[in-house]
Design a protein. Sequence first.
Length: 335
Amino acid sequence: MTKLSVLDQSHVCEGRTAYDALSETTKLARETERLGYSRFWVSEHHASPMLSFSSPEVLVAHLASATSHIRVGSGGVMLPHYSAYKVAENFRLLVALHPRRIDLGLGRAPGGYPLATRALQEDKTVDIRKYPQQVADLVGYFYDALPPDHPFAGLPVSPVISDTPEMWLLGSSDESAKIAASQGAAYAFAQFFGTPGGEDAMRIYRAQFQPSVLNDRPHSMVATLVVCADTEEEANLLATSSDLFFLRLEKGINQTSLPSVETALHYPYTEYDYMRINQYRQKRIIGTPDKVKRQLLEMRERYGADELMINTPVHSMEARLASYRLVAEAFGLTL
């Protein structure tokens, strides 16, 4: 059976508040658990009013408490901002509270605009080239395996337990695939951004994979944007919200919410805008359950991915829930 999971970014939808968005994320986690999805991940973004949170580890704790068995994790923690030791402490505690249910997805992007990055890294010298070493340090902390010559060798991570989070490296480039392969980590490709080159990145990951304490063989996932409805017309209509959202994002327009379908339909698009939206649509999966299932399976085959993760930025909460339900039913998750 195909393993399906959920990526939710807790968009603040037009006409609603951050309180509403967090409540909707909690509701979505509970519902997708009931539907049979495997994982529920939340992302890290900073200084973004259109998103309702910036600390995935805090939201992971809440969502894990609100559910009973679905794996909950970060998609992901932007590691260069932080001490590897502190991230290890946070996620070791989460695992102690929710054994065998916590995923630690890691990224190296800033997750926000330059001013936010400077504030996060205040008085700290950050070298992105040290990211692979940070990942290695995390593994060393979790498995008590720091080299003897490491400056923090023997430093325990509290609470001292045998369980560890499942570690994933996230990315949208060949470079992130190479880092994941060299560390023996699981790898998730962020296709929902519309970034090209995912199939090549996955091939590189599999070809260069080196077994480690994390995994003895490659394990991969592709995350994509999906909107599913009973009819093509309805699915395409629901997707107009994300069309406008990504168009504004590309133009650098400040946004405080995910636009409603009505706002999207009345936006004064130019010919260039329509061209860009059509290009976005080529990277997304939008349609009826049969079409969505077929295209997801084709994507899994192209990427050689073990798992699929779905992101559904739809303004209507009812329609968002229905989209996940229809996909789950198409794949037989709810049997």
